[in-house]
Design a protein around this ligand. Structure first.
Ligand SMILES: [Zn+2]
Ligand SMILES: [Zn+2]
Length: 232
């Protein structure tokens, strides 16, 4: 019996067929990759699908202080998996997402420099209490391992805010309401930071975190998210 083979064999999280441990099977990977080609071009700041090249209406009015790399759309077949990862405790999926995004970054020649620091968006206290884990943090850990980048889990902090339910707000209202949501606990001397989050909707969370890091001394801030919603 080949023990090594048994160790590296796993099941594909999407179709449950056998696959390399921590990865999607070939067929599911192809489906996921195909799903991102439905919508292009994209807004150059927030990656929203557009009819023409350039910026979406929202980014014309209030564009982000960072560029976002979103490897996938929050659409079938990946959306159900992202939800399972976020809400159903299927934390092992962070490795599969990291592997998938790592392959995309290589393909697009977007691999970050190894001195880049990865910083996940911290969870709000009540979300952390409910889930007992921060999906962005788990994903950041898996991705940092793949990219061999540093990880900073302590500098970026989330303020407790009596926020209205973000889902009911317009994009501009979301930006205003979450403007001061994040802060840094100390000065940083990072040249390149990549913020990590699971799903990108309007970009207001990333924007607030990016501004906090730039104010604390970071020079360049970008973001990587697992998936982007295709409407805002
Ligand atoms: Zn599969
Ligand atoms: Zn945009």
């Amino acid at each position: 019996m080949n023990i090594f083979n048994n160790l590296v064999k796993g099941v594909c999280p999407l179709c449950r067929e056998s696959a390399t441990l921590g990865q999607f099977c070939y067929a599911c990977k192809e489906d996921i990759l195909a799903s991102i080609h439905y919508h292009s071009p994209r807004c150059s700041y927030c990656q929203l699908p557009l009819n023409d090249k350039g910026l979406c209406d929202n980014c014309h009015y209030y564009h982000l202080s960072l560029t976002v790399y979103s490897a996938f759309d929050y659409a079938p077949p990946l959306d159900s998996l992202v939800l399972r990862f976020k809400n159903n405790g299927q934390t092992h999926l962070s490795t599969c997402f990291a592997q998938l995004i790592f392959e995309q970054l290589i393909k697009k020649n977007h691999l970050p420099d190894k001195r880049t620091v990865l910083i996940p968006i911290p969870s709000k206290k009540n979300s952390l209490k409910k889930r007992a884990y921060n999906p962005a943090s788990l994903f950041a850990k898996s991705l940092a391992k793949k990219l061999q980048c540093q990880l900073d889990l302590s500098t970026l902090r989330c303020r407790q805010q009596a926020n209205a339910d973000q889902k009911t707000l317009s994009r501009l209202d979301r930006f205003v309401s979450s403007r001061d949501q994040y802060y840094c606990s100390r000065r940083v001397n990072y040249t390149d930071v990549i913020l990590i989050d699971d799903i990108l909707t309007t970009g207001s969370t990333l924007e607030s975190a990016s501004r906090a890091l730039l104010a604390a001394g970071a020079q360049n801030v970008q973001a990587i998210v697992i998936a982007r919603t295709i409407t805002t």
